[in-house]
Design a protein around this ligand. Structure first.
Ligand code: ASC
Length: 150
């Protein structure tokens, strides 16, 4: 796991060093990328949620590993909402580009809540996890309600 995370860390460092526009050859590549990062985040966030909601037994190590991946993934999709990526195989609404400041605010909020969830998971107790999970899920939903087609 440590190894995986260090690879993720290295990839992230490379990703952040490259200007957003240069990362994707075609708009559909950007759309695929952002969907992939949301999907990976949702898979790991969902595992944390299953513990927070008592659907699976709490396992501190599993919570930590999954929350950490969700927090890293939360940083990734935003660079893939560049020009020309509003059309195609996407549920992204035009509001993302029309109300860019509002979208940025919502995405910052989600990243902050994922970071808090990650910190809570590191504390290793279920109560901290429960406290942090609700606001993190709400930050996902808030954005979907306004910026994503059903
Ligand atoms: C998840 C997930 C989302 C959010 C959202 C919260 O686990 O995949 O998109 O939580 O459903 O309301």
């Amino acid at each position: 796991m440590k190894h995986t995370l260090s690879i993720i860390g290295t990839l992230l460092a490379i990703t952040m060093a490259v200007p957003a526009q240069a990362q994707f050859a075609k708009p559909e590549d950007a759309i695929k990328y952002r969907k992939a990062s949301f999907n990976v985040m949702a898979a790991h966030f969902g595992r944390v949620g299953a513990m927070a909601n008592g659907r699976i037994p709490f396992d501190a190590k599993m919570a930590q590993e999954n929350a950490e991946i969700a927090a890293v993934m939360a940083k990734l999709p935003w660079a893939a909402f560049g020009e020309g990526t509003d059309k195609g195989d996407t549920r992204a609404k035009p509001e993302i580009w029309k109300e860019a400041a509002k979208y940025k605010e919502a995405s910052d909020k989600m990243q902050a809540e994922m970071a808090k969830l990650n910190t809570a998971a590191k504390a290793g107790n279920i109560d901290a996890l429960k406290v942090a999970f609700g606001p993190a899920a709400a930050s996902c939903k808030a954005c979907h309600d306004v910026f994503r087609k059903d």
